[in-house]
Design a protein around this ligand. Structure first.
Ligand code: SF4
Ligand code: SF4
Length: 399
């Protein structure tokens, strides 16, 4: 088996790898290291493994793939690193390498799910209807446990929630409807549209909109991620603001400039679209109703570590009279990680249960969660341990 990076596709760069001084200050912040206590499950260990491949001492296979597959790409290490090691960029490039090395046979699950369904709006909607019927007939009980835990609750009512093409007056803010959000979280879109109107925007839902490509990028399917980025750029070009009510999607759309930087036809357009992306919790909108509840706050990794968003969620809740309550777990990842909970069910389940127990310990009746993957993972783990704590997007809580 040949060693070193596979040629002709992106790989971690020498400069990025060498920026790590192996100090280990990131270790206590890494959720997988905290669970296993193993150096190979830590950011420092993963960087050492990448350096071994870079030096031509190891192949993109076997232990290397196992160590890096177990990474959630949550970027908690990046936020904690005093040397500013761009771990998100390193793991993203590594995923492109490991996916290419897996070959078509090992990638079929990702390809079928991401390319075949999630990447096509009509197929995603069809999958939503199938899920609603399967869940309505309670046939989902036949699914393997880890798939059930990773599946959103989809209802006919939710799928039928209408989204007005245009509402309000003012500067145009276009809403990304997305993929999973569009089938399982339409009430969040409604709450976001309401918040935009209250904030003095004209909220527009484009007729053509769909997946931003975050799931594909997260899984190392860079070709699909680039295709979807180009589609969304075409949909959203010219808007004064692109509003995104999923933390993973807003974080990913902000990287469009980087994703298409080597494409002369698209680089400038991608950078311009990325610059107009705003996460929905960054909208400065008055609350739609008062809320005097204590609200536990789960900080999505794609908010906290990827975009530095955290105070905005608390400010939004406080403006409505709610009392935000921190979880006291240092913003640890809930274990959802795109399709991580399907591919790494053991680790995902441990982290999901830890998160659910941290939420229950606050005593709050509702938890604010601004990312669909986290919302699914947290909701399913809360219910699995018998808790009825509600899971809501912050804008739903104040709508
Ligand atoms: S990633 Fe940063 S914090 Fe972690 S070992 Fe390297 S330099 Fe230290
Ligand atoms: S991205 Fe998250 S799981 Fe991966 S090494 Fe960093 S802290 Fe650990």
């Amino acid at each position: 088996m040949s060693t070193g990076w596979r040629p002709g596709i992106p790989a971690p760069t020498h400069d990025d790898l060498n920026s790590c001084v192996q100090c280990g200050l990131c270790l206590p912040h890494c959720p997988t290291y905290r669970v296993t206590g193993l150096e190979t499950s830590s950011p420092r260990g993963r960087i050492a493994a990448m350096r071994a491949v870079q030096a031509g001492q190891a192949p993109v296979a076997g232990d290397f793939t196992r160590f890096t597959d177990e990474c959630l790409a949550c970027r908690a290490c990046e936020a904690a690193c005093p040397s500013s090691v761009p771990f998100g960029r390193l793991i993203e490039a590594t995923r492109i390498q490991t996916e290419a090395a897996r070959g078509a046979g090992g990638r079929w699950v990702r390809r079928a799910g991401i390319d075949g369904v999630i990447g096509h709006r009509r197929l995603t909607r069809l999958m939503g209807w199938v899920l609603a019927i399967v869940q309505g007939l309670r046939l989902d009980r036949l699914l393997p446990h880890h798939l059930r835990m990773a599946t959103p609750r989809v209802t006919v009512r939710g799928l039928r929630t209408p989204l007005p093409a245009s509402s309000g007056e003012g500067p145009v803010a276009m809403l990304l409807t997305g993929c999973v959000m569009d089938i399982a979280f339409r009430p969040v879109h409604r709450a976001t549209i309401d918040a935009l109107v209250r904030g003095g925007f004209r909220a527009v839902v484009p007729t053509r909109s769909g997946c931003c490509g975050a799931l594909a990028a997260h899984a190392g399917e860079v070709g699909s991620a680039r295709r979807l980025a180009r589609e969304r750029i075409t949909d959203f070009e010219g808007a004064s603001a692109i509003v995104v009510d999923s933390a993973g999607c807003s974080a990913h759309m902000r990287t469009y400039g980087h994703l298409l930087a080597d494409d002369p036809q698209w680089a400038d357009r991608a950078a311009a679209v990325a610059a107009t992306v705003r996460d929905a919790v960054e909208i400065d909108a008055p609350p739609g109703r008062p809320c005097d509840q204590r609200v536990a706050v789960h900080d999505a990794c794609h908010h906290l570590h990827a975009q530095g968003i955290g105070p905005e969620v608390r400010r939004t809740l406080r403006a409505a009279g709610a009392t935000p309550v921190d979880l006291g777990d240092g913003g640890r990842c809930c274990g959802a990680g795109g399709i991580y909970n399907v591919l790494q069910p053991g680790m995902a389940s441990t982290l999901g249960e830890q998160k659910a127990r941290a939420i229950i310990a606050t005593g709050a009746p509702v938890v604010a969660v601004a990312n669909p993957g986290c919302a699914i993972q947290i909701h399913n783990h809360l219910r699995a341990i018998g808790s009825d704590v509600e899971v809501r997007h912050p804008l739903e809580i104040i709508d």
